[in-house]
Design a protein around this ligand. Structure first.
Ligand code: M6R
Length: 606
């Protein structure tokens, strides 16, 4: 996590750093800081505070300074609480440093090099600053090279040394750093979002190479001192000019965008009514030859995996595992060249997913990713990439990324089913036709958002809440429940309704709120029995149900009917309704919907 930015050039650095940090707040927003070389003095001045970039802006206005070289950081706390002393940059002797990642052996380093007396914060980062200062004898590159070889864990380090005003150094392991020469000077950042306003050409700093950035040039050398040529890339991704377009929060705007971005995502992959991935460079052979599929992802993206699993099992009758990326490597996964490993990720930067994917690649698996952000770290290690057309997703709670990732997955399953003879051409076309009906059904539920706003009042005051359903409904609720808990802070648990009587039903008392979802005709009667069981114990049930199945139930419960689609496609209207529920609960409670506490949009620590 954490956003990093650095600038050196002829223009004023402070505004540029603050503006860029604002664009990096998706990486963390616990505290923020900048370190800038004061023009004419050569000293590095630090400004930092707990809170957001707009808070730091006010601090900087109080003590204006002129600088054309500086580094900045927006923090998501790992080691050490959310205090100003733990905010970056950290300064030790002649070294000023910002860091993204975790230095796992910071305790050992502190002891081995007797650094205690030098440390003022509780962070792992300051240990690196102290160590650099220890090794620095006038040659910054030498000090960096010696120090990084002692570090365990992932890191992106960006540094300034007092004796070299105007020069910024960077080095990384796993955690990304991108850099570019722009009109205004030289810039680097933890991700492209911060560079997009200034340039379209950039390069990724290679791992374990030192980047030296002065006002007019950048030089990269490896640990043996050999020069390394940067591999220039072009940014084909809109990162600027984004606004809320009249919505109070990005989350609402992004929920409302779903019909359009879903349609965009499938449009260019349907040819003559059939799924077609030729523009993505994905050959039929890749989809034909694999014997099993393994999906690795985290959070919402992992929930995409669960829906895909249900689809693959029912249509393709194929072996498919869905693994939490953070557990993957440590669960001794069985992988070989016949396994298609699919990483699903909005940001393409989630370090658990990235590391799981790299591991899969090492084991010889074919690696396909479904991503939203172009040019991200996961894209760079993929054999094949399928991009969604969600556009930049700003709200921490993922909404349009989920439905567009599913759009790609639904198409891929159709393609595989046709290639493998599980669906005839006619059946494949009917399936694709139903997928094309999804946007209008999402529109229908969005048009009724006021109704969901009213229903949201039923759960507004709850501390704990259950979401129950079976089969695909259970998988949908895992995502619905994640949405609710992350933005409303209500403790929400999704449960397979058949499991309730094996324990959790003990928690159901008079008025316990229970959100039930019923969209699957073949298990409807069983789902309804489970709903009756909680109702009989006094639960206040809010029922989201497919219109066609709802006929006699409207009197018994608070009901939201969901526009009809074939059962396998009901995830789309259902999740839109649950996203709206979460959104309204959070906004009615007066929370910062887009930036829930303790979270960050991009998760780059393990
Ligand atoms: O960028 P990714 O899709 O890899 O992120 C994975 C999760 O951190 C993410 O889906 C998270 O669970 C959502 N933001 C929750 O809404």
């Amino acid at each position: 996590m954490c956003g990093i930015v650095g600038y050196t050039g002829a223009k004023s650095a402070i505004e540029l750093l603050l503006d860029s940090l604002e664009m990096l707040e998706h990486r963390g927003y616990d505290s923020v800081g900048i370190g800038c070389v004061e023009d004419n003095k050569g000293m590095v001045g630090i400004q930092k505070c707990v809170g957001r970039v707009h808070d730091l802006r006010k601090e900087c206005e109080k003590q204006p300074m002129h600088s054309t070289c500086g580094i900045g950081h927006t923090r998501w706390a790992t080691h050490g609480g959310v205090y100003t002393k733990n905010a970056h940059p950290h300064q030790c002797g002649k070294v000023t440093l910002v860091h993204n990642g975790i230095v796992e052996n910071y305790r050992e380093l502190t002891e081995d090099y007797e650094l205690q007396g030098k440390l003022r914060s509780e962070t792992d980062t300051e240990v690196v600053a102290a160590l650099l200062d220890r090794y620095y004898q006038g040659d910054a590159e030498e000090a960096i090279k010696r120090v990084v070889q002692k570090l365990k864990g992932t890191f992106a380090l960006v540094m300034m040394f007092e004796e070299e005003p105007g020069t910024i150094y960077a080095i990384r392991n796993v955690s990304p750093i991108v850099a570019a020469e722009c009109e205004r000077g030289m810039m680097l950042a933890s991700d492209l979002t911060a560079l997009g306003n200034f340039t379209k050409k950039y390069f990724v700093v290679p791992e374990y190479c030192v980047l030296k950035m002065t006002k007019d040039k950048m030089v990269i050398t490896n640990l043996d001192g050999e020069g390394v040529e940067p591999q220039m890339q072009v940014l084909d991704w809109k990162v600027s000019g984004l606004g809320k377009e009249g919505y109070p929060f990005y989350m609402e705007k992004e929920i409302m965008e779903q019909p359009n971005v879903f349609a965009e995502t499938i449009k260019r992959r349907i040819f003559k009514g059939m799924p077609d991935f030729s523009a993505d460079g994905l050959s039929d052979d890749v989809l034909m030859s694999c014997k099993r599929i393994c999906i690795v992802a985290c959070g919402t993206a992992m929930h995409v995996g669960l829906i895909t699993q249900a689809l693959v099992k029912s249509i393709l009758h194929m072996h498919i595992d869905v693994e939490l990326a953070s557990e993957f490597m440590y669960s001794d996964p069985v992988l070989d060249k016949d396994t298609l490993v699919i990483a699903v990720s909005q940001s393409g930067e989630t370090v658990d997913t990235l590391e799981a994917f790299k591991y899969a690649k090492k084991c010889g698996a074919t690696c396909l990713s479904v991503l939203n952000v172009r040019g991200s770290s996961i894209s760079r290690v993929s054999d094949y990439v399928l991009y969604t057309e969600a556009g930049p997703e700003i709200a921490v709670a993922s909404t349009k990324a989920y439905t567009t990732q599913l759009a790609v997955m639904y198409l891929m399953v159709a393609k595989m089913a046709f290639l493998r003879g599980a669906l005839s051409e006619e059946e494949t076309k009917a399936y694709i036709q139903e997928l094309q009906n999804v946007p209008s059904k999402m529109e229908e539920i969005l048009d009724r958002k006021k109704e969901i706003h009213v229903i949201a009042k039923e759960v507004l005051e709850s501390k704990d809440l259950f979401m129950i359903g079976r089969g695909m409904d259970y998988s949908i609720l895992l995502e619905g429940s994640l949405k609710l808990k992350e933005v409303s802070y209500i403790h929400s648990e999704a449960y397979a309704s058949g499991e309730l009587k094996h324990g959790p039903i003990a928690l159901i008392t008079e008025h316990t709120p229970v959100v039930a979802l019923v969209t699957q005709g073949r298990i409807m009667s069983k789902e309804l029995s489970n709903i009756k069981e909680v109702k009989a114990r006094g639960a206040n049930v809010v029922l989201f149900i497919k219109e066609k199945l709802a006929t006699q139930l409207k009197e018994d419960y608070n009901v939201v009917t969901l526009p009809d689609l074939e059962d396998k496609f009901m995830v789309f209207p259902a999740i839109v309704a649950l996203q709206l529920l979460a959104y309204y609960v959070s906004s009615d409670k007066g929370f910062d919907v887009d930036k829930p506490r303790n979270l960050a949009k991009v998760v780059t620590v393990e």
